[in-house]
Structure formats: C-alpha cells, structure tokens
Design a protein around this ligand. Structure first.
Ligand SMILES: Nc1ncnc2c1ncn2[C@@H]1O[C@H](COP(=O)(O)OP(=O)(O)OP(=O)(O)O)[C@@H](O)[C@H]1O
Length: 318
C-alpha cells in the first residue's frame, strides 16, 4: 500500500461541533415500516465507527439520512457541525460518500470518473489533476487510469468507487457496506484502504453486516437492530459486557440441548444455538450448581463479537 495522504489539508478549520456526526432521536418511516426508530448516534472526530447490524436493521436508511437523500420524520441530525436538512448542501460537499451500489459511469475511464467527481466536489481547477492523480494512487489504479470502468474487475471498481469518494480529501467518509458481495481476497484489499483512512485520522462511518470487517477496522462498533442502536463500544468492551470471557459449547440430542438452554436460562446465563450445539455465553459466570448439572462442555472457546451480535440482534450470521 503506498503512503497516501487522504486527510483534508483544511483540517486547520474544524467545524465547531463536538462530533463529526450527531443523530438524536431520528425516526424514519416508510409507510408501516419504521426503518429508523429513535436513533441516537454520536461519532467523534477521528474514529472509524462500525455500524453493525443484520439486513433490515436500518443501516442504509441511516446513511441516506446523513447524505440528506432521505429526510427524517423526527429528530435532529448534524454532520460536521451543519444541521440537516437546512445545511445539507454544505455538509455534502465536505464529506465523502461511498455508496453500496456501484454507480460508476461505465463509459468513462477510471480517470474520467474521478475527474467528474473532482468537478462536482468543487476541487479548484488548478488542483484537480493532482487530486485525481492522488485518488488513482489510493485506488492503486495508476496503471489502469485510462481503462473504461466497464473493463475493470469487480475489486478495481470497488477501489475506484472508494477513491472517488475521497477525491476532495473529505474529513468525514461514509462507507455503506463497502465489501458486500465481494470475494475474500478483494475484501482484504479494501480493508487495507479503509485501514489507511483510519491511520490518517479521517472520520469514518462504515456500515457492515460482516462481523470480521467491523472487528478489524472499527475503533468502536454501534450494533443496530430494528432501527436503533442496542449496544455501543469497542469490540473488546462489547464482548466483555455481553459475552464474557469464554463460551461453553455443549453437544447433544435436540432434547438435551433444549434442556441445557432451559437450565442455563434459569440461572440467568444466556445461550445461543449453533447447529448441533448450544453455547453458554459468559460461561465463567455460571454457578457451580449449573456446571454440575450440565457436566463438562464439549468445547470451551473465547467469546467473540459474533456471539454479541447474535445475542443482541437475535440473528444468525453469514
Ligand atoms: N425506500 C423504502 N421503502 C420502503 N421500505 C424501505 C425503504 N428503504 C428501507 N425500507 C425498509 O426499512 C427497513 C430498514 O432498511 P435498511 O435498508 O435501512 O436496512 P439495512 O440495515 O441497511 O439492511 P441491508 O443491509 O439489507 O441494506 C427494512 O425493513 C426495509 O425493507
């Protein structure tokens, strides 16, 4: 990964807000569906916050509210100190947005795609060539600058999409499911790109339903379920609070597993079903009496963010 400078040079003039993003009590309804349901979210400057949640949790809707593509039915939202929707134009010009859907112009080359956005983001004419050159470097597409987007591989297009959102060196970047549907190798490449942003101190809000992605890249995670944040903290803190230090997995017949789950619940120990086993979270907290009734677990393993995700959202993971 080349050393690239992604952060805005104008960071000497930070907005006078405490958070890069502030969402208070936001509600967004689509007919009978409440996609965002009283959402509170503060993103301090300089961190990468992972917005983690299952499909339908409201992550994309939250992103759309922040880019003012959607208007909240209630609540207060401000981005880089600019209240939305009143100052959405200013806010949009200051942030970089990387959408979930690939919306590159396929007829244009990589360079031309970046030029169009440098223009849209009002990069001064004299600086545009340098901005585009830097973005090509970020995307590692210097050699493919004159290739039409249509002829780039899936991974190259994703990198271009991210670099396009960075062409004006924004202080805040919104990444909506940056690696959804990509193969593991391409995902790894994009992770280095996001890690570079983080190292540069660019504030990043990244929605994802890949737990590993959040665990690797995010300083903090906000776990979203049914339109609101149900837990927030560093991955380590979330694991310690909700899943303890270790998990006991018990295998057995379906009847035995149901019995184990009932016994654990009666002792206030949370469980999750994983295929042919039942897992006791924070197993170190189980009383001796329960341990005696259950016998030795089949496997004992370290608690993970996946355990937290499953227990708090009630969803399984891919
Ligand atoms: N334009 C829309 N019209 C109607 N319902 C919508 C619309 N956009 C989102 N929804 C609904 O709002 C809820 C939240 O959707 P949203 O796309 O924000 O979730 P998500 O967490 O981003 O999930 P995914 O990972 O699948 O994108 C879902 O029930 C979805 O069907």
């Amino acid at each position: 990964m080349p050393t690239v400078h992604l952060r805005s040079k104008d960071s000497t003039t930070p907005a006078r807000s405490e958070s890069a993003i502030s969402i208070r009590g936001a509600i967004k309804r689509y007919g009978d569906v409440t996609a965002v349901d009283g959402l509170d979210l503060e993103v301090p400057y300089g961190i990468c916050l992972g917005l983690l949640g299952p499909n339908g949790a409201g992550k994309s809707t939250t992103m759309r509210l922040l880019t003012a593509q959607s208007r909240a039915d209630a609540g207060e939202i401000s981005v880089l100190g600019h209240p939305l929707p009143r100052e959405s134009k200013t806010a949009r010009a200051l942030m970089g947005v990387v959408p979930q859907q690939d919306n590159l112009d396929e007829e244009l080359t990589a360079r031309q795609n970046l030029e169009v956005f440098a223009h849209l983001y009002r990069v001064p004419k004299a600086d545009r060539a340098a901005a585009v050159g830097r973005a090509l470097q970020v995307a590692q597409l210097v050699d493919r600058a004159d290739t039409k987007a249509d002829d780039l591989s899936g991974g190259m297009r994703r990198r271009l999409l991210i670099a396009r959102g960075l062409v004006h060196r924004p202080r805040l970047v919104l990444l909506d499911e940056p690696t959804v549907g990509l193969d593991p190798q391409v995902r790894q490449e994009l992770w280095s790109l996001v890690a570079a942003l983080r190292a540069e101190g660019v504030t990043t809000l990244m929605s994802t339903h890949y737990i590993e992605e959040a665990e690797r890249l995010a300083d903090e995670c906000a776990l979203m379920s049914h339109g609101r944040v149900v837990a927030r903290g560093t991955p380590a803190a979330l694991i310690a609070e909700h899943a303890g230090t270790h998990v006991d997995e018990h295998h057995g017949s379906p009847e035995r597993l149901a019995e184990i789950a009932d016994l654990a619940a009666a002792s206030g120990i949370r469980t999750r079903r994983t295929g042919p086993s039942v897992s006791l979270l924070a197993a170190e907290r189980q009383p001796e009496s329960l341990r005696e009734k259950l016998g030795a677990p089949t496997v004992t393993r370290a608690a993970s963010l996946e355990d937290v995700f499953v227990i708090l959202t009630g969803e399984s993971v891919e």
